[in-house]
Structures are given as C-alpha cells and as structure tokens.
Ligand binder design. Structure first.
Ligand code: URA
Length: 236
C-alpha cells in the first residue's frame, strides 16, 4: 500500500491532505522521513508503524478502542448538552468512521468500546446477541434483600413486554451494587434499580464480556484493543 493510502485509511484527512502531510516532510517510517506519497510499503501480517509530526501510529485495518469514559460526555458525534466522547480521542478516529459500540449515558463512567468495524459494532449492539455487562451502581438508599430479590427475579420496565432480570446482583457496600445485565436497553440499569425501589446516583461500567476496564487507564484515557482483548470480549 502506498504511503498516501496508508494515511488516508487511518483517518489523516482527504487524499490531498495526506499527500500534503507527506510532501511537507511530516511523515516518517522507521525513523526516516518519507516525502514521496507513492512509496509502497508491504506489511502483510507485520506490525507496521508510521509517525506524523513525531507521533507514532500503528497501521490498523480496523480500529478497536477502549475509552475510560468520564462523566459529563455524550456518546454521540453530534452531542446536545455535553461535549462528545470523540473530543477525548485523536480526530483521526472520527475521520475514519469510528463509532461508539452501544451508548453510556452522559453521567455514566467506565468502559466504552469504539470501532469502525461495522460487523463488530453490530455484533455487540444487536439485541439478539447477549453480552454480559457489569455495572457498579451507587444507590441513594441502602440496598436491601427485597431489592436484590426483585432485581434477580425480574422487574417490569415501562414499555417492555416482560420483566427483565439481572444475571447477577451483589452488594459492594451499603449503597453500592454490582449488577450484570445481558441487554442494553435505554437507561436500563437506572430504570431497573428504580423499579426495585431504590435510586441510582452514579453508574460505572467495569466489564463487557470477559474484558475488564484496565485499572491503569485513567478517566478520559483510551487505548487500542489487541487480539487478546478482543478474545476476552467474546469469551465473556
Ligand atoms: N444503564 C443505564 O441506565 N445507563 C447506562 O449508561 C448504561 C446502562
């Protein structure tokens, strides 16, 4: 693939903009500035890296990302009331069509997946595909056994045809609850907690499938997912 196409597929702007970046001497491969946009690089099965303005980028056919979402950001490219989670990411990702894999509410924190692989996005957002998701909720009132029983047995949410049950519910303190849910319905966890007779004051997603939010990833920080992470996601 030539250098122009590499930059173009990775979200560095239009073909013209990519050619200009290269022509201006801002792109290096293996530490050597390359000013010819037509230079071919073959990297079948190899890890290929390039740098733009000194910042290293791996070539990825598809982007699979994990963001530790802070509170106060909307999972939309066209946010209404708060900044977009895309403002926390390098602009190349939106440019190459990365989207959120499901949505977290603006005030929910934690593990958010993003990708430009349509099949992957569909696989993890389709209602048919059940993926366990673990949320930790801080509740307004102490959690009691009746509430745990209601969540485990199933609660009826407005405009849902039948009750929805959590797969698992454990207390993590007087006003803290870890819930595992399979679905991804609108405000699902908050609504379930309300239906069980309590109120969700804060919500954090700590796991999707077998993939946990890395403890070292600060709020607002993102990382690439590697093959092992993608395997963990599916193995949940
Ligand atoms: N359930 C909610 O209520 N909100 C979220 O952000 C995610 C799940």
């Amino acid at each position: 693939m030539n250098l122009e196409s590499i930059l173009f597929t990775q979200g560095f702007g239009s073909r013209r903009q990519c050619r200009a970046l290269i022509g201006d001497g801002r792109v290096s491969v293996a530490g050597v500035v390359c000013t010819d946009a037509n230079t071919d690089f073959s990297f079948d099965g190899h890890d290929f890296h390039f740098s733009v303005d000194g910042v290293d980028w791996p070539y990825r056919e598809h982007a699979y990302l994990l963001l530790n979402k802070p509170a106060g950001y909307e999972c939309s490219r066209d946010p209404q009331h708060h900044p977009s989670v895309f403002s926390l990411l390098p602009p190349q990702f939106a440019e190459r069509g990365v989207q959120c894999v499901g949505r977290l509410d603006q005030d929910t924190t934690g593990l958010l997946l993003l990708s430009d692989d349509g099949k992957f996005v569909h696989m993890f957002t389709s209602p048919k595909r059940k993926v366990p998701k673990v949320y930790v909720a801080t509740t307004r009132h102490p959690v009691n056994d009746a509430q745990l029983d209601a969540l485990r047995g199933g609660v009826l949410l407005h405009s849902e045809p039948k009750p929805i049950a959590v797969v698992d519910a454990q207390t993590r303190g007087e006003c803290m609850l870890a819930l595992t849910v399979m679905e991804g319905k609108y405000h699902q966890v908050k609504r379930m907690i309300a239906a069980a007779g309590n109120r969700c004051e804060a919500l954090h997603r700590e796991r999707v499938g077998g993939l946990a939010l890395p403890a070292a990833l600060a709020p607002g920080a993102w990382q690439w997912l590697d093959e092992a992470d993608l395997g963990s996601l599916r193995s949940g």
